[in-house]
Design a protein around this ligand. Structure first.
Ligand SMILES: [Zn+2]
Length: 73
């Protein structure tokens, strides 16, 4: 049994991740994007992930690490 250490649950943060499905979807120039948060559904790993986790993907705990992987910096 391994205990997972939860990263500092700071109470100072204003935004918190919660699942809100994207939509309504707008199609512009063959690209689909979410009218609520502006997320564009692209055919790459981070975009597919963001589509899955919903409009608050930027607040998701793994967003930063996803961004790092995708950014290649
Ligand atoms: Zn959205």
């Amino acid at each position: 049994m391994t205990k997972r250490q939860s990263a500092s649950q700071s109470s100072g943060t204003t935004e918190e991740y919660k699942f809100v499905e994207h939509g309504p979807w707008i199609t512009t120039g063959g690209k689909q994007w979410c009218f609520s948060c502006g997320h564009v559904a692209l055919n790459n790993d981070i975009s597919r992930w963001a589509t899955k986790v919903g409009c608050y993907f930027r607040e998701h705990p793994s967003f930063k690490s996803k961004l790092k992987k995708a950014g290649g910096k």
